[in-house]
Design a protein around this ligand. Structure first.
Ligand code: GDP
Length: 362
């Protein structure tokens, strides 16, 4: 699927860079172009693609400090600059636009919903968001920001592909030390998904094309991406079990959003050397995904890739009712209530005396 990426905010910019590099290194050519947008000048300077600094009159290139309302205002005020930077990038060849952002911060969290809405008014192609959800141990501000942002994005964009920072973090690793590895993992998965719609014509009828990705995401809402791979045998028949077990791992333990296996629709892509991909295995895997997700709309296809391994990529769409998303939204709601209660007690002087921890002198 020929795509233009827009990295909004710090995390969005870095993940976009990882996606661009993966696509280039693999020679896929699915990522046509990228633009980075931020309120923080320093974060844009390291990005090796076109960038737009917004909100200079408000924050003077210093960022919005986690204030996503300010992030949204600034994007609203400077949207024309962003849209004109995109004019040369989005062409007749472009099949989708992906806005890439960390939803817990300020610029990406606030700016992405605003930009998604604008892009949808202008372009006829789907506008998707690749959104990063903060890990459970990130602070309340991140949870609140992400909850509010996600709610708005789910309404404005055609679909939101969610990635939980906790899903890819190695145990014991600090969040920031892990970013590089997390971005690599996401870039590989999303990069393969985009490229799978680019499979060479004429290779076989069973290859995936872009319209299948678009149709899978058509129901909108929240999507997740599962991935797993295994060593392949040179004989297709011998790979039936490998395809099945790899598919199970992709959905049950390898998704970008843990426990997201109730879906409205799904796409199962089996990547590997075409002559070792077992037809029977692919069909069985597709049926297993139907049962597991409770969806009657499960598409499937191959992605010819010159590799000694077989990889299975499962795009799950319409996963908003999953336990993980519910738990995350509940966390965001609680953080919002706590923040509001704290603000209220600051405003009411009587409350202030009642709620502090100091004992009265008399
Ligand atoms: P912004 O620049 O104001 O949009 O804020 P950030 O992009 O830094 O967003 C903060 C959120 O993104 C937090 O939840 C961070 O954990 C997460 N984050 C920051 N940098 C990265 C990164 O490089 N990769 C990933 N996966 N998450 C990141």
């Amino acid at each position: 699927m020929k795509t233009v990426l827009i990295g909004v905010g710090q995390a969005g910019g870095k993940l976009t860079q990882a996606l661009l590099e993966f696509d280039k290194q693999m020679g896929f050519g699915a990522v046509l172009d990228a633009v980075g947008v931020n309120t923080a000048k320093a974060d844009l300077q390291s990005l090796p693609y076109e960038t737009v600094l917004i909100g200079q009159d408000r924050v003077n290139g210093h960022g919005v400090g986690g204030d996503n309302e300010l992030g949204a205002e600034v994007m609203q005020a400077d949207k024309t600059e962003v849209l004109s930077a995109l004019e040369g990038s989005v062409t007749a060849k472009t099949e989708s636009i992906f806005l890439v952002a960390g939803l817990g911060g300020g610029s990406g969290s606030g700016g992405t919903p605003v930009l998604a809405k604008e892009l949808k008014r202008i372009y006829d192609i789907p506008v998707y968001v690749l959104g990063i959800v903060p890990g459970q141990n990130e602070g309340a501000m991140y949870q609140v920001n992400a909850g509010r942002s996600l709610k708005t994005i789910a309404r404005e964009a055609d679909a939101v592909l969610l990635v939980d920072n906790d899903a890819f973090r190695s145990s014991g690793e600090s969040m920031s030390a892990g970013y590089e590895a997390i971005n690599q993992a996401i870039a590989q998965r999303v990069g393969l998904l985009l490229a799978s719609g680019e499979a060479v014509e004429g290779v076989g009828e069973s290859v995936v094309d872009s319209s299948e990705i678009i149709n899978t995401l058509r129901s909108g809402g929240i999507a997740a991406l599962g991935y797993a791979s295994a060593e392949a045998s040179e004989v297709a028949e011998d790979n039936i079990n490998a395809v099945m077990s790899t598919t199970r791992r992709a959905v049950l333990t390898g998704t970008s959003l843990q426990d997201a296996s109730d879906a409205d629709s799904a796409l199962v892509v089996v990547a590997g050397k075409p002559d070792v991909i077992p037809r029977k295995g692919v069909e069985r895997a597709r049926r297993w995904v139907e049962n597991e997700t409770g969806s009657l709309e499960v598409r499937g296809g191959d992605f010819p890739l010159d590799s000694g391994r077989i990889a299975v990529l499962v795009l799950l769409a319409g996963v908003q009712r999953s336990d993980r998303v519910e738990a995350f939204m509940e966390r965001a709601r609680m953080a919002i209530e706590e923040a509001e209660a704290e603000a209220a007690s600051r405003e009411d002087p009587d409350d202030m005396w009642q709620n502090d921890d100091l004992d009265s002198l008399l």
